[in-house]
Design a protein around this ligand. Structure first.
Ligand SMILES: Cc1ncc(COP(=O)(O)O)c(C=O)c1O
Length: 373
């Protein structure tokens, strides 16, 4: 049987990984500044993570959400503690798109409306409403285009108010730091205004923290740079360090009802254990603070590269050049053995490493760039 060929692949086949490195079959070492797309948070094959998962596997790996699973409450308590969002409610699923799908659906259940406002260059996933709220027609099938979504630019409060005044918008969904779009961020004043308008017009505000959440940006959630309370916060990627897990945090104003949301796999024993292991290491090794320190080091080095604009926050960073970075990324992989990320803004080189990255790893990147540029 052939694989359904939807991914253009680099010719690298990782068979082993440790902390910030992955290794191919021949033992070649690659520095992972991509983190498998911002997924690896506490480092590949972290011993605590491996031990916790192995121990859980010996006990019980999965049972459905029809019975009690105390690991879900433990996870809710830990997320509450580390994010300081104790009053929110946790619902677990298995991916970022699913988290956004549930958030949008919940918003619509909550206020009975059905149009969505999203932002230019947004990426929210590849399922029904999530892909419709993604600003890329190439990945929206005619089926998805039935959803009512209006795209507006960041920082345009007037455009936002004009849409919300129409009274039919169930949710405004935004990425506090755009991932796939190329690391643009809304201005602080706009974020505050957006929250105020959402409350004023009975519209749910959804913060998509699928990529920026779980300490990657230097705060637990990137929106916490601003003092706002979104109705729903979505998360996935770094949450499980590679184990598929996603979730939403729901504001206490939004009340649950039996059957409103549901999933077979979401919140299973292994997934909760993976995320608990991540939270334990984030806390023990103070990786959130470390992400900020590494950002400062990155900025110091990047400022010396002529013509490169620094984007992003924490360890969700980018360098915007005045040329397309595709060929540079190839040379970084094949000649320098360094993985980096691209973006829909073709001039942006994205840096999304494990949060355990050290200064020497950035030195390795900047030495390589000095050589190649
Ligand atoms: C901000 C954001 N939201 C949602 C998603 C979709 O997540 P997943 O691929 O786990 O469905 C992504 C994936 O890149 C993302 O970056």
């Amino acid at each position: 049987m052939k694989l359904f060929d939807v991914y253009p692949l680099y010719e690298v086949c990782p068979t082993k990984a440790k902390d910030v490195y992955v290794y191919d079959e021949a033992g070649t070492e690659y520095l992972d500044l991509y983190g498998g797309h911002a997924v690896i948070s506490i480092g590949h094959s972290h011993p605590h993570y491996v031990n916790r998962l192995q121990a859980q596997l010996q006990k019980i790996a999965f049972y459905s959400n029809a019975v009690e699973n105390p690991l879900q409450q433990k996870l809710a308590d830990q997320i509450g503690e580390q994010s300081c969002l104790h009053e929110y409610q946790l619902f677990l699923c298995s991916s970022g798109a699913e988290a956004n799908e549930n958030a949008l659906k919940l918003a619509s259940f909550h206020n009975g409306k059905k149009r969505v406002v999203a932002f230019k260059n947004a990426f929210h996933g590849r399922t029904s409403a999530a892909v419709a709220a993604t600003d890329n027609l190439n990945i929206n099938a005619p089926l998805n285009q039935q959803q009512e979504v209006t795209f507006i630019p960041f920082n345009d409060s007037q455009a936002l108010e004009k849409e919300l005044q129409k009274g039919d918008v169930c949710a405004v969904i935004f990425e506090p730091i755009q991932g796939v779009g190329g690391l643009d961020q809304p201005e602080d004043d706009f974020v505050l205004k957006m929250e105020q308008l959402c409350y004023q017009y009975d519209t749910a505000l959804i913060a998509d923290e699928v990529q920026s959440g779980f300490s990657r940006s230097g705060t637990f959630f990137a929106f916490q740079n601003n003092n706002i309370k979104p109705h729903v916060i979505t998360m996935a990627k770094g949450m499980g360090n590679g184990f598929p897990i996603g979730g939403i945090l729901v504001h206490p104003d939004v009340k649950p009802k039996y059957g409103m949301l549901g999933t077979t796999f979401g919140g299973n024993h292994l997934a909760c254990t993976a995320s608990l292991a991540v939270l334990e290491i984030l806390k023990k090794d103070k990786l959130q603070k470390h992400a900020k320190e590494m950002e400062a080091y990155f900025r110091g080095k990047a400022e010396k590269i002529k013509g490169a604009k620094i984007k992003g926050r924490g360890l969700m960073l980018g360098l915007e050049f005045d040329f397309e970075v595709g060929p540079l990324r190839k040379r970084l992989i094949y000649e320098k053995h360094i993985f980096t990320g691209g973006s829909s803004n073709k001039n942006v080189l994205r840096i999304l490493p494990p949060l355990t990255l050290q200064k020497a790893h950035f030195d390795q990147l900047f030495d390589a760039l000095e050589d190649l540029l």
